[in-house]
Design a protein around this ligand. Structure first.
Ligand code: ADP
Length: 321
């Protein structure tokens, strides 16, 4: 982890106000809405647990104007992850717009502690989740002798999801390399240029984008459902199983998933060992990891400012070598 760095931090805190709490009460149809005192100030949002008539919920709130879009994406991501039946995530309940600005996401409360003894299980689950769509595709292709069943693998997602609070462009694309270059890297470089006026980075980008295909030589990449922001701060465990939360989900290259934890730490060796038992590394893995971390460096530079410029430029230079 880089000096003084936490992923997506620091954040402006905003506890749900009375109006929002009344909205939550109405939406959940509960006469009880009592704070448990368990608050989870994440990197972007404020979290607060509440007892309701039917159990405990966890509410994440944010006062930014784009909070609704962010929470809708998170909610869709949680639903997709839960839908695999492989990983454990909090079930999303509803997204509510705050009349005073901002929004909140109400979800199932899960009693959890730091991920330790079950890191190996999480590695195994994540790899199996990544394989689920690939296996499905293989099956569909066998059936697709009937033309109406034809399955076209695509990268992207049906909703905008945010990594931190910056939206990810998720329009479907059949070509992963083009998707990653345009929707992930180019988007972040353009944002840097627009918001921070950084010309140096954009000039380096014009050199880098030409050589991107070389990182994918002989690779046949199939879409896998990704958590999309899987570092140690977004994983935990209950007594029985690992839990992941705060996704920036989309369908992408499975290797992309491993880049942010490699950059910010948080997982023990056992996580990666179990993962690679299911999905072994293929040639060029390390180079692609460096390329995938570039997205996260850029995203941090865009979130938290020029403190990230030096490290981002170092990654770009190493990719250009
Ligand atoms: P942010 O979006 O601000 O990064 P997170 O989603 O990472 O926030 O949540 C911050 C903290 O809140 C987590 O580290 C975790 O401790 C706690 N938390 C998040 N979701 C739940 C949940 N559904 N149940 C219980 N605690 C949660």
């Amino acid at each position: 982890m880089e000096e003084g760095m936490t992923s997506h931090s620091p954040c402006p805190m905003a506890t749900p106000n009375m109006k929002l709490e009344n909205l939550i009460k109405a939406a959940l149809n509960t006469s009880t809405l009592k704070r448990t005192g368990q608050s989870g100030g994440g990197c972007i949002n404020q979290g607060e647990a509440y007892i309701t008539d039917t159990g405990t919920v966890f509410v994440k709130s944010n006062s930014k104007p784009k909070a609704k879009l962010m929470f809708e994406g998170e909610s869709e991501g949680l639903k997709a992850l839960a839908g695999t039946g492989i990983v454990t995530v909090p079930q999303p309940i509803t997204v509510l717009e705050n009349p005073d600005g901002g929004a909140c996401l109400v979800m199932e409360f899960i009693e959890m502690k730091g991920l330790r003894s079950l890191a190996h299980k999480l590695g195994d689950e994540i790899a199996k989740m990544h394989m689920q769509n690939v296996n499905l595709e293989n099956r569909s292709n066998r059936i697709s002798e009937k033309p109406q069943m034809e399955y076209i693998p695509q990268f992207g997602f049906h909703a905008t999801t945010c990594c931190g609070y910056i939206p990810q462009e998720n329009e479907w694309n059949e070509d992963w390399v083009a998707f990653f270059a345009q929707n992930r890297l180019d988007y972040q470089f353009r944002l840097l240029e627009r918001e921070k006026g950084d010309r140096e980075a954009i000039e380096m980008w014009s050199r880098l984008q030409i050589i991107i295909p070389k990182f994918f030589k002989d690779q046949r990449i199939r879409p896998s459902l990704l958590h999309g922001d899987l570092w140690g701060g977004n994983a935990a465990q209950t007594k029985r199983h690992p839990v992941i939360f705060d996704p920036a989900a989309f369908y992408g290259h499975h290797e992309y998933e491993l880049a942010i934890s490699g950059m910010f730490g948080g997982f023990t060796r056992s996580f990666y060992d179990s993962y690679h038992k299911v999905i072994p590394k293929t040639p060029g893995f390390e180079g692609r990891q460096r390329l995938y971390t570039l997205f996260h460096y850029l995203n941090h530079w865009n979130h938290f400012g020029d403190g990230y410029k030096k490290s981002t430029m170092a990654v770009i230079k190493s990719l250009l070598k």
